[in-house]
Ligand binder design. Structure first.
Ligand SMILES: [Zn+2]
Ligand SMILES: [Zn+2]
Length: 295
């Protein structure tokens, strides 16, 4: 676990050191963006919206493909990821939530400590989430069990592929190594910290236009929308957890929802739970206040 968290971050430092003064090669930049998108959307569309929340039904091959690409993001195997996230929704910002930034209270010190805990500290706490309890459907799904078992191999593949691609395109071993650094380790580190920021920042900073359950402090944080593929519309998501689109308001960019729409058009995603405008309107926080205000 320590290696998974610390190594990519150290690599980020090395990469910046190497790139200092001469920039990053275009090949490395394009490969990084490509691997970031494939593995990131594997997490947001696959692990999260499809497998955790059942926001749509995917053809079996697509479900496996998304499970494989999400596994390559170094965020744990698919079954554990889903179990932890379902537990987060079951106990949001209450005792039992595996990564709430409110664990140590709301004083400045407690809040900062809580943010560190929600960002990555929670992974080092002895507080295992039971897959039997939170993901029995996946344990009973042979395809998902196989994807989960392949996690270590997929992590290795996630670093080997950029190296091979960089080597093949540049024709030099050095080109392979810089691609390994940027499109491998740095890409993993960036995606990890963006995902973890949804757990930490998107429960503390930002707006709360939609009603959520009691104690739930999830927020919408626009600066992370693009990098998180729409997952930082986290208040919208906690308000309507099974909805395939997290950016519920006009203009809220949500690339994951765009990809689900594309899958739907191509006929490989069905039963997509798109937002219901009447339901969304009823969930607006200001709507509730107006209803409560004496007339
Ligand atoms: Zn959350
Ligand atoms: Zn969720």
């Amino acid at each position: 676990m320590t290696a998974i968290v610390v190594l990519p971050f150290v690599a980020l430092g090395v990469a910046i050191f190497l790139a200092w003064g001469r920039g990053i090669a275009l090949v490395d930049l394009l490969l990084s963006a490509g691997f970031y998108a494939v593995t990131g959307l594997g997490v947001t569309v696959g692990f999260h919206r499809l497998i955790t929340h059942g926001s749509f039904t995917a053809r079996p091959w697509l479900r496996v493909a998304l499970g494989l690409s999400g596994s390559m993001s170094f965020q744990g195997n698919v079954i554990d990821w889903v179990a932890v996230h379902r537990r987060h929704h079951a106990f949001t910002d209450r005792p039992g939530d595996p990564h709430s930034p409110y664990r140590y209270g709301t004083s400045l010190r407690g809040q900062l400590r809580g943010l560190a805990h929600a960002h990555l500290g929670w992974m080092f706490v002895d507080d295992a989430t039971s897959a039997e309890r939170y993901a029995p459907d996946l344990l009973a799904d042979p395809a998902m069990v196989r994807v989960a078992r392949a996690f270590p191999a997929l992590c290795a593949l996630s670093l080997t592929l950029p190296f091979l691609a960089g080597w093949a395109i540049s024709g030099s071993l050095y080109g392979g190594l810089t691609a390994f650094l940027w499109a491998g380790l740095v890409r993993v580190a960036l995606l990890q910290h963006v995902t973890w920021s949804v757990n930490s920042l998107c429960h503390v900073i930002g707006s709360r236009p939609f009603r959520t359950r009691r104690h739930d402090r999830s927020t919408n944080l626009w600066p992370l929308a693009l990098l998180s593929f729409g997952e930082s519309w986290h208040n919208g998501h906690h308000s309507e957890p099974t909805c395939a689109r997290h950016g519920l308001e006009r203009g809220q960019i949500d690339p994951s929802a765009g990809l689900i729409r594309l899958f739907e058009r191509l006929g490989c995603a069905t039963d997509v739970r798109w937002p219901d405008p009447h339901r969304i309107q009823r969930r607006r926080a200001d709507d509730l206040q107006q209803a409560r205000a004496p007339s």
